[in-house]
Ligand binder design. Structure first.
Ligand code: 5RP
Length: 239
């Protein structure tokens, strides 16, 4: 029972439901990764089952999203089979006032960036704890790297002023391995005010696949928060 009243869970459910309500019939939907988006996937499946919407196909951003979509009855397709993505719903680890994001807490940021960037509308779903004045305040920047390049990339990230560390597994010995079979380096940068340049600079390092800076990608941000102990959703206004 304690789980049901967990305020963070309630905020995530509410904001996931709000995003799912924006999905219209005949849409191709990018399905994000993480605990908040999981609720959106569940609610899209519920709406399909209830006949509220029809003819939806999802493009998953991770193995997790694929498993959830199958569980909740959302048909899936791939980028080879479609010419557009109408809407993508995805979580974030940090959101700044300009709607720039850090993502990759679930090590899925490479596929997330492909899908979220292609979407006509990219909807971000977060709880209020994810809002920051400056990127990098609470979360390290994830960088996906091919395994043979880890050591030179660690060195290069240090040379860029970062403090990098290889992400290690929990309840699994050794490093986290992404859905693509790569590794993740999490980097602490004291200053991420140059996010747009840094995103490109890091991606230019040989061996780097993608980093978790999402600059000018998000269209709308929905925030779940508690008011008088009740979960409510508000749409964030861009600064
Ligand atoms: C995965 C992500 C997630 O969207 C991000 O970590 C947020 O997850 P959650 O909703 O569980 O807090 O970027 O790579």
């Amino acid at each position: 029972m304690a789980e049901q009243t967990d305020p963070i869970k309630l905020m995530k459910q509410e904001v996931g439901q709000k995003a799912a309500s924006l999905v219209q019939s005949n849409s191709i939907v990018g399905l994000g990764t993480g605990s908040t988006t999981a609720y959106a996937i569940q609610f899209i499946g519920d709406r399909l089952k209830a006949g509220e919407i029809e003819n939806i196909v999802g493009i998953p951003t991770s193995f997790q999203a694929e498993v959830l979509a199958k569980e909740y009855g959302i048909p899936l397709t791939s980028l080879d089979a479609v010419e557009r993505i109408d809407i993508a719903i995805d979580g974030a680890d940090e959101v700044d006032p300009h709607f720039n994001l850090i993502k990759g807490g679930g090590a899925a940021h490479t596929r997330e960036k492909v899908v979220d960037s292609l979407a006509e509308q990219f909807i971000v779903v977060v709880d209020s704890g994810k809002l920051v004045d400056k990127l990098g305040s609470t979360f390290l920047l994830p960088v996906e790297v091919i395994p043979m390049a880890v050591t030179p990339v660690l060195r290069a990230l240090k040379a860029l002023g970062g403090q990098p560390e290889l992400r290690m597994g929990v309840k699994k010995a050794g490093p986290v391995v992404t859905d693509q079979g790569n590794l993740v380096i999490d980097v602490k940068f004291d200053d991420l005010s140059n996010a747009e340049d840094l995103e490109k600079t890091i991606n230019n390092l040989p061996g780097v696949l993608e980093n978790g800076l999402f600059v000018n990608v998000a269209d709308r941000v929905f925030v779940g928060e508690l008011q008088d102990n009740k979960p409510v959703v508000r749409e964030l206004q861009k600064a």
